[in-house]
Design a protein around this ligand. Sequence first.
Ligand SMILES: Cc1ncc(COP(=O)(O)O)c(C=O)c1O
Length: 423
Amino acid sequence: MVSESQAVQQSRNRELLDKIRRLMPGGSLGTYVQPDDVAFVVAYGRGSKVYDVEGREYIDYILGSGPAVLGHAHPAVVEAVQRQVERGTQFYWLNEPVIALADKMVQAIPCAEMVKFTSSGAEATFYALRLARAFTGRDKIMRFEGSYHGHHDYSMLGGSAGIPKPVSDLVITAPFNDLETTTRLIEQHRHELAAVIVEALMRIVPPKPGFLEGLRAITKQYGIMLIFDEVVTGFRLAWGGAQERYGVTPDLASYGKIIGGGYPFAAVAGRADLLMLSDPRDRGPQYVYFSGTFSGNPLGATAGLATLRELEKPGAYARLDEIGERLRQGLREIARTLPRPMAVLGDGPIVGIAFVDGDLTSPRVVGGGDKALLKATEIGLLRHGVLANIVAKFYVSLAHDDGDLDRTLQILDDVLHQVCRQG
Ligand SMILES: Cc1ncc(COP(=O)(O)O)c(C=O)c1O
């Protein structure tokens, strides 16, 4: 029997979903859509969980697409933000939180002699590429097959309509973890290449030993800028990001997600001679326009700073690694009992699965796995109260406790067996 109050709540969820489908394409905020029987509207998040408008609880491994590394509504972040809200939320002017965050980033990030802020990860990679072009006087960029650097044309080539054809002449795509082919392509285009942009942990595929080092050496040799896209990995894989974890220092790095503590906030960090091209006091021929209404927003900087203060406490990264490894270990044990091959990938607090059997160092192989099965797993998990963007990755947070992990692995065991039997 459904009680009267439950019926009211359920009709509220239905009503909201019907409304959003009339108002927004596909009833989606971006690319994410779920079938009707599992779609829901989130009411609030706390710690490792989110709750829908019908009061259902979900263990959350999406975490706002990564930023909520402390979990939702962490008390230290809430308190700092509340204080800032009362003091004003947007100035378009220098402010103390933004200077404190810049200071913390320059201390933490190996390549960072300077930083400059913007509002989203896509803008950060876009500006990093623009700086590299201005610095080198060259137009082309290299990216890697299967990478994602945000919504702009250089990143989405091949993944969206509406991109001008000439953009494709400016973008060279190389195979990640294949140093020989990448080197050949770089040598072929060495006089035209401004930058090589790479996710050092390519989605869920770690770099082969020597791959990033090789990229560093060849880009240096030809005066090509090496850009690490640290939007996902920054302050997540390690305090100093992927560049610290893998021991290779790029010329520039793009940051987003965690540095905004749940607010839209992003940055380019890197060599001073590159970032100084955006110094507005010197608008010479190499001057790079780099500005926006919300660049340096004090609320985002405050939330980001409060988040980083928690992350710099002793043991934070060891714990994040431990949580990620427990999930990977549990998944590996489940994989052994499944009727078809499932690979377990990722690094540290980024965990991924793929239904493949082959060279797991190749994003092409990993990305070529059975996507329908991943989607079915995602939907199965939703039915059991686990929220995860399985097609991409599991993000874990410091708020996930052992109880969450045990419950998640139990549910994964059931769901994975079920989808593999059906698939
Ligand atoms: C590696 C990487 N770079 C850039 C972006 C774009 O960031 P944003 O969505 O904040 O524009 C993303 C988004 O997920 C990303 O994963």
